[in-house]
Design a protein around this ligand. Sequence first.
Ligand SMILES: NC(=O)CC[C@H](N)C(=O)O
Length: 377
Amino acid sequence: DQKAHNAILKVLNLESVAQEPKLDEWVARATLYDTLQDEVGFCSSFTIVLSVWKPLLRPNCTALLFQVRIAMVGKYTGLSDSYLSVLKALLHASVSCHKKLVVDWVASTDLEDSTASEAPDAYKAAWTLLKGADGVLVPGGFGDRGVKGKMMAAKYARENNVPYLGICLGMQLAVVEFARHVMKFPDADSTEFNPNTKTPCVIFMPEGSKTHMGGTMRLGSRRTFFKVTDCKSAKLYGDVNYVDERHRHRYEVNPDMVPAFENAGLQFVGKDETGQRMEIIEIPDHRFFVGVQFHPEFKSTPSKPSPPFVGLIAAACGQLDQVLQDSCNGHVVAAKHKLGDSSSTPLVHQNGHAQKQANGGVANGTCHANGNGSTHG
Ligand SMILES: NC(=O)CC[C@H](N)C(=O)O
C-alpha cells in the first residue's frame, strides 16, 4: 500500500507547475509503473488507489491555480521520516480542498531572539515566511533546541487568528505558550525542558520511567473520546464519538491544570478513556487553533486525508465552514462506496464511525525546503 502511495505522490510531484492534469499521460505513466511490478498484491493495491484518484482529476481543474501556503516550523537538520509523513498528510488535505500546496520550511531557531543578533538576515527571512503563510504547523519532536521558536510560532498564530495545527510537541508547546502569555505564568513549561518549573503544564506520564527511556513511550493506536461535541475537531472527524489515532510520546498535559486552562479559554475537546489524558485542544473563538497529542499524519492517505490536516488547510484557504458543514450533513451517511468502485465519489477519510466525501480536484505539492536550520527561502 505504501509503495502505491509513494508512486502516486511521485507522479503528482512531477507536476510542479499549476496546470490542468494530463489525465491520459498520468494514467499511462501509472500503468507503466504498474506493469514493472511483479508482486500481485502491490499491483492490485496500486490499481485500487488509482481508481480512487482518477475521478478526482477532472472537475475543478482551475482550482490548481490557487495555492495554500503552510509554514512548517521545526527543528531541521534535513528531512526526517516524521516530517515526510506530515508533508504527505498536508498534500492529501490540500488535494481534497483543491489547492496547490506550498510548504515553507521555517527553522524554529531562526525565529528566536538570539538569531536576531547573531544572524539578522535569517531571523528576518524566517519571520517573513511565517507571516506570509496561510496556516502554521508545528510538528512533533524531542529535545529543547528550537522549542522557543516553536512557541513563538504558536503565539503568533494564536494572536493573529492564523490557522494553527500543533502535533504532539506542537500541541504541548501551544499549551505552555497559552499558560505563559494568556494565563500570565512566565515560568510555565514542560518538565521535559525545565524539570524545576513551578508551573508544570506538561509533565512526564506517571507510568513512565525517567531513568529507563527505552520502552517507556506511549506508543501506537489509542482511543480519543470527544468530550465536547460542538467543536471543530469532532465535526472534521464526521461527528463521531471517538477516534483511534497513533501515539508516540512520553509527556502529557498536566491534568491538575486543566480546569485553570479551561477557565482561561483553552478547551480540551478530546480525552482518553480515563478522562485524565488530554488528546485534543482547541481555542473555540479562533479561526482554527487545534493541537493533537497524537500523530494524525500516520493514518492519512490520498483517499482518506486526515481530518485535522483537512481542517488546517480548509481554514487556511477560507473553506472551513463549508468543510465542517459537509462533514456533518447527509454526505457522511451517503458515502457508501467501496475502494475500487471508480463510479462512486471517493472517500476522504474513515475514522471512528464516520465517512466523508471528497469534492474533487487535484493539486501538486511544492516544498521550499530550507533543510539545515540556518537558512530559509
Ligand atoms: N512525538 C512527540 O512530539 C513527542 C513530544 C514530547 N517530546 C514527548 O515525549 O511527549
